[in-house]
Design a protein around this ligand. Structure first.
Ligand code: K1U
Ligand code: ZN
Length: 207
């Protein structure tokens, strides 16, 4: 099934709601964030930073929480269903995600230092998109189910089993943490075509 189109059909596309709703993800008063939250620029192909391998998070502190707030704000604004920190230029192993449909309440999820510990033999194909490769969508085959270890916002180790769009989105975002883009899963012909188009656009924008 085509994920981006299907996600959109299933109502994942959200209208802009107050960003305040997404801010209460830990015990720091919401007002502390409202003063400082920021919409950040999303890196676009062929920005070389997208090829960087991100560093593990060592400490969950105020600056990491601020980064995560900025990621949510940027992800909801785009709009997207996932975001890796490197997409806003921060090479840290952090992912934000919200797969709630538009009629559902928001469901912000954060994965710190995520590690896939098991993948199914069964494969699933979804039509993926990427906020760093705007308006390009293509089918990608990946394991249909994955098991993931990660840290939550309190630094507590957690495990989750994912399938469907959740599994696809987790794998897409973890690829970002390793400098891998979904176009790397396509044929060389398709990948080169996309790269050429975005390289040309970047050159045009630079003059
Ligand atoms: O990592 C990213 O660039 C975010 C990307 C996540 C993703 C989408 C589809 C399959 C795998 C991973 C996006 O969010 S692209 C935008 C998108 O898919 C979407 C946006 C609004 C509503 C529904 C879907
Ligand atoms: Zn992406």
């Amino acid at each position: 099934m085509a994920a981006a189109a299907a996600a959109s059909r299933a109502g994942h596309a959200r209208s802009c709601r107050s960003p305040r709703l997404i801010l209460r993800i830990d015990r720091v008063p919401a007002t502390a964030y409202i003063a400082t939250m920021a919409l950040r620029d999303i890196l676009i192909l062929p920005d070389k930073r997208l090829r960087q391998v991100s560093d593990p998070v060592k400490k969950i502190d105020a600056s990491l929480r601020k980064l995560i707030e900025d990621m949510f704000e940027t992800m909801y604004d785009a709009p997207g269903i996932g975001l890796a920190a490197i997409q806003i230029g921060a090479p840290k192993r952090v992912i934000t995600m919200d797969l709630a449909k538009k009629e559902e309440p928001r469901n912000p999820q954060v994965f710190i230092n995520p590690e896939i510990v098991w993948t199914s033999q069964e494969k699933a194909t979804y039509e993926e998109g990427c906020l760093s490769i705007p308006e390009y969508y293509d089918d990608v085959e990946r394991p249909a189910q994955v098991k993931l270890k990660y840290l939550d916002l309190e630094g507590k180790p957690r495990e989750v089993e994912a399938n469907g769009l959740f599994a696809t989105c987790l794998q897409h975002e973890i690829d970002h943490l390793n400098g891998v883009l979904f176009i790397d899963h396509l044929s060389k012909l398709k990948r080169d075509r996309v790269l050429k188009k975005f390289t040309k656009a970047a050159k045009r924008a630079a003059v």
